[in-house]
Structure formats: C-alpha cells, structure tokens
Design a protein around this ligand. Structure first.
Ligand code: M6R
Length: 612
C-alpha cells in the first residue's frame, strides 16, 4: 500500500508527480503530498485524495526539476495533514517518502529523543528520516552512507526515496519487501511503486530487489548497491504494458470497464496456451514442473481475498480432474501456523498484484521448507512472480479498481487450464472429458460477453435491493466460492453487510436471519446438485426471503419460484464460476453506484496490501 513516485531530469517535476500519484492512487488514498527541490525544499501535503492535494497546492509556486510524491494508506498515525508524506528531518534538510512499516520504530524513536530529536508526526517514517540525519551528522558521512547505515538498523519493510537540500542533483532509493521500480528516460529518471506512472515516458525499467539501493544522479548512470555495499549491475527490462489500459476508456469507473473487459482478459489469459482443435495445452511457465505435479502428494494454495476464492475453485478443479489432494489456506494464517510441509508439496501462490505481504511471506515460508513454489500473478515482474520457482501469468492487464473482477476470472481460466493439463499428465481424465473441457473453455470468452448483455436487467434488480441492510449469498460445489466472492464484492464496495455460505449450511444457522427484508442470492447453475439447490431455495421462500437466482439459460423450475432470475449460458459445471460471478460483480457495482459509494476506491481499502 501507499504509492511513491519521484522524478529527476530536465522537466518540471510537479505535473509528472501529480499524474503519477493519480495512477498510483489505487494503492492508498487517505492523504497525499509532494516535495520539490528548487533551491528551497518545498513540501505540500494534505489529507484526502490527489485531487485535494492539487486544490491545496493551487496558486503556489511549484517549480523544481527534482521531486517526489506520495499517496498514503495509513498504518502509523491517523490519516491527516501532518502524518501525510513527504516527511522532513529535524533540520528540514532531508525529506523522505516511504511505503512499508518500520517495525522497530518505537525503540529507534526513543533513542533519537534521547539524542535531542523531536517529532511532529505519529509516523514510523519520520523516525527513519531522523535516524538518517542523526547518522549523517554523528558519523560525518554523505547521504548515501547515512541511508545505508540506517537501513541496516531498521527492521521491517520499506520502499523509500530520500532527497536532500544539500544534494540538489541526487535521489537515493532503496527497498525491502515493498516494490520499487526505476524508469530510465532520456536524461531523466523516474521512480515509482509500480510501472504505471512511468510507462508514459519510457519502457526501460529496472526493478530493485530487496535490500538494494539506487543512487540516481542527474546526468549520470544509475549506481546500484546492496545495503551491505556490494555493487549491483542494473538489469534493464522492457515494459510490455500499454497506456490505454490505464485509462477509463469512456466508462464511468475502472471497475465497470474491467468487468466489461473480461471476455478479452480471459481470452488473453488462454491465448497461445491451448488449442481445442488440436487438443493441446502449452503452459510454458510450468513446463519443467509438470513431472513434479505428476508426483505430487498434495497441493496447497495460499492467497488472500478474491485470490483466495480462486484457490477454493482450484481445489474443486484439481481434486476433481487431477485427483491430487488440495488444501486452500489464508496466507495470513498459514504463515504463522507452523504448518506441516513436505519437500514434495507444491505450494501455489495466487495474487493479482504479486505484492500481497501475507502471500509473499507464506510462500517464503514454504520455500524455506523445501516445497516447490508456483505463482499465479497478474502483474508482470511483481515480487511474488519473481520469488516463485515457476508460474503462469494471468494476462488480465492492469486492474485499477480496488475490487478485483477481471483478475478473478483470469485466475479461474488459468487454473482451469492448469488443472486440466496436470490431469492429462497424470492420466486421471478420460480423453473425451479432456477434449470436452478444452472446447468449453475456448467458448468461455464469448459466453461472458452474453452475460454482460444483461447489464440493464441486473441494474434493474439492483434498484430493487439497493436499500437492503444485509444480503446472503449461497452456492454449492464449484459455485460455493462464487457465493463468497459475490458477498465480498458486495460488501467491499457498497459497505452493506453480505455473507457467503455453502447453500446446505444455511439450515445450520444463517436461516435464522431470513425474513421478507433479506435478499438471498443463490447461484443455482450446478447440474449435479440441481434438485438440492431447488430445495434450499424453497427453504428460503418458506421464510419469506427474496430470491435472486443465477440460473442456466432455459431453466424453468427455479424461474417459477425465484423473485428474480439472471441467466448464464450453458457450460460444463467446472467452468460455471467464470460465468456466474459476472452478474454478481455487476449487482455489487450498480448498488454501490446507487448508494453513492466510491466504487473504484472504497473506504479503508487499498489495491495492493503490502503490509500484514
Ligand atoms: O493482489 P492480491 O490478489 O494478492 O490481493 C488479494 C486481496 O487483497 C484482494 O483480492 C482483495 O480482497 C480485493 N479487494 C478483493 O476485491
């Protein structure tokens, strides 16, 4: 969380920083600020969004060809003007922006207070910049040395950029467990939490690794070192992203655009990896690991949030098709549970951002125990993608809306293909089921398009239920995780309580909640448990609950008893989650818009959760 951006070159930094902060705002949006060096070290910052910062700065001098900006997701200290970054050192000569958490900040702060430092903010970041200043003065070293010594004293996570009034041509950057990328332009450099603020100016980037520092001096080549002072040769990569993918393209919100992009993003996730005509699958990223899968006794999925729901669907897929026992773990629980892990375990980390701190820590734990670690990430070059032994990207394109939509369906598409591939390699699937699955998968993008055509009808249903105070989502089998995902989508953007449950579990408790006020969304597309889900619907109706049912086209039985039905095209049961989740995304979206919620940046959330 928190977005950081910096610029050094010949252009005015302010417009570049503001634009960069707007692109990074999905990472955190409770306050924002910029620092500009122009003889003076000027800081402008305030509570609120980047638009508030622009209004706050309006009318003041904003000159400087070296500067940095920050958009915050508060960890230490309330989101207010004072705690907003950048932070100045005691002498006001140094400034810092920081993404991460300095875990030993309290003891460092205490020691600095003893040495005469005073603190204006509640942040751990102000401690770090004063530590750097103290070292610089005490040890009589230059800024680079002082930063390096300080970073060897801190415990925790950081991506930082430091600037000094006395070094008007230099930015110092470093990272550990929080991402940082350098953009290399013509006589200019950019720094950012991800490549989105950079793509407009250059495609050449260097991703910093943990405990690496970069000393970026105007007109000179980048110098990189580890914080142990070992030289590092910058590895320059070319970005594959395009700028249009980062714009709203005529939609009111990124979330709506991303929901509508799903036919394409699913297609892109499958493209070049399968041929339903030939009956072939090629997953280049895991090709050297297929034999490990064949021999695997167990697969463990680790993930958080929506990605965890993908893991649950994958549990059905891998057990059903490949006959490998599967466990699905919340990364945050797994990492602290002293789990039993074996060297022949395969641990699969699923993450849209590839930066989620809990998922990263869980995969590092699995790696340390000798397990094979595979990644399913959307962001190319992200930390999880780089730390895993092998993996498959989802190729959904940049997802900006905080509520994950197209990343989820892309994950399901890739996981389906992977499970099918492994099933074939293990000989656990018949040729006709294998072929039928591939054919059905190839048709999915077109079928998602058909679901999207019902947007207006779904909006009309949203209108009916927009004042609900609680919602229950029910599903069985492959669609139980979809019930969880539908409820998560609803609560995170509408702020209305919603709960997902396995349909048959309802009678063990949640049924007590049902009355005429209670909308119950039932995913009723399963062929295998159709009669059972009809019974669950009857149980809700008997208690006067309102049913919104997601059914397969042509369904008449549920249509006759539900209050509203939304049809999805027929597909094989294993692939229904990719279709059935789409109406639930739209339902949440429309209710959130009707309630006046900030759809793309819901309160208290951030897109990339890089703190635990
Ligand atoms: O980037 P990741 O997939 O690792 O993120 C995991 C969760 O933080 C994320 O899915 C979160 O739950 C979303 N807000 C859901 O819409």
């Amino acid at each position: 969380m928190c977005g950081i951006v910096a610029y050094i070159g010949e252009k005015q930094a302010y417009p570049i920083l503001i634009k960069g902060l707007q692109r990074l705002e999905y990472r955190g949006y409770d306050s924002a600020g910029v620092a500009l060096l122009n003889g003076q070290l000027n800081i402008y910052k305030c509570k609120g969004k980047v638009s508030d910062l622009k209004a706050h700065v309006n009318g003041t001098v904003k000159e400087g060809t070296l500067g940095m900006g920050h958009t915050r997701w508060a960890t230490h200290g309330a989101p207010n003007d004072i705690n907003a970054h950048p932070h100045l050192s005691e002498s006001k000569n140094l400034a810092i922006i920081h993404n991460g958490i300095i875990e030993n900040y309290a003891s460092l702060k205490e020691a600095l207070i003893q040495r005469g430092f005073s603190f204006k903010t509640e942040t751990d970041t102000e401690v770090l910049i004063n530590l750097i200043e103290d070292i610089k003065q005490k040890e009589q070293v230059d800024l680079e040395h002082a930063v390096r010594i300080a970073l060897n004293q801190v415990v925790g996570a950081y991506a930082i950029v430091v600037m000094s009034k006395d070094n008007p041509d230099t930015l110092i950057a470093a990272k550990k467990s929080s991402p940082l990328v350098i953009g290399i332009g013509q006589d200019e450099y950019f720094l950012a939490s991800d490549a989105t603020p950079i793509i407009e100016y250059t495609k050449n980037v260097v991703y910093l690794e943990d405990e690496e520092m970069a000393i970026i001096t105007r007109g000179e080549d980048i110098v990189m070192k580890t914080i142990q002072n070992q030289p590092v040769t910058p590895y320059i990569e070319e970005l594959q992203m395009n700028l249009e993918a980062l714009e709203k393209g005529g939609y009111d919100h990124f979330m709506l655009k991303e929901i509508f992009e799903q036919p394409q993003s699913i297609y892109d996730s499958l493209r070049g990896r399968m041929s339903s005509k030939e009956g072939t699958i090629l997953l280049g990223g895991i090709k050297d690991y297929v034999q490990k899968f064949v021999a695997a006794k167990r697969i463990i999925f680790i993930a958080c949030g929506t990605s965890w729901h993908s893991g649950l669907v994958a549990e059905y897929l891998f057990e059903d098709l490949a006959r490998i026992p599967v466990e699905v773990e919340y990364a945050s629980e797994f990492r602290y549970r002293n789990p039993v892990l074996y060297e022949d375990d395969i641990v699969i980390a699923i993450s849209q951002s590839g930066e989620t701190a809990d998922t990263l820590a869980a995969l590092e734990l699995a790696k340390s125990k000798g397990a094979t670690v595979i990644g399913i990430c959307n962001v190319v070059g992200s930390t999880i993608a780089r730390k895993t032994d092998a993996g498959c990207y989802t190729h959904a394109g940049p997802e900006i809306g905080v509520a994950s939509t197209k990343a989820f369906t892309a994950q399901l598409a890739v996981l389906s293909l992977m499970a099918l591939h492994i099933a074939q390699a293990r000989g656990s699937i018949t040729e006709s089921r294998y072929r039928g699955f591939l054919t059905a998968l190839a048709q999915i993008p077109k079928k998602v398009e058909e679901v999207l055509q019902q947007n207006d009808a779904i909006k009309a249903i949203a209108e009916k239920y927009k004042d609900a105070k609680n919602c229950l989502y029910l599903g069985r089998g492959y669609n139980f995780p979809v019930a969880l995902e539908g409820a998560l989508k609803f609560k995170e953007i509408t702020y209305v309580h919603a709960e997902g449950y396995p349909a048959a579990e309802m009678k063990h408790g949640p049924i007590a909640l049902i009355d005429e006020q209670m909308p119950v969304v039932v995913i009723a597309t399963n062929e295998s448990a159709y009669e059972k889900i009809v019974s669950n619907i009857q149980e809700v109706k008997a208690r006067k609950g309102n049913i919104i049912a997601i059914v397969t086209e042509g369904d008449t039985q549920i249509k006759a008893i539900a209050d509203f039905t939304i049809e999805i095209p027929h597909t094989i049961e294993e692939l229904t989650p990719i279709l059935s989740v789409v109406p639930l995304q739209l339902l949440a979206y429309h209710v959130a818009v009707m309630l006046g919620c900030h759809v793309d940046q819901p309160r208290n959330l951030a897109k990339s959760v890089t703190v635990e």
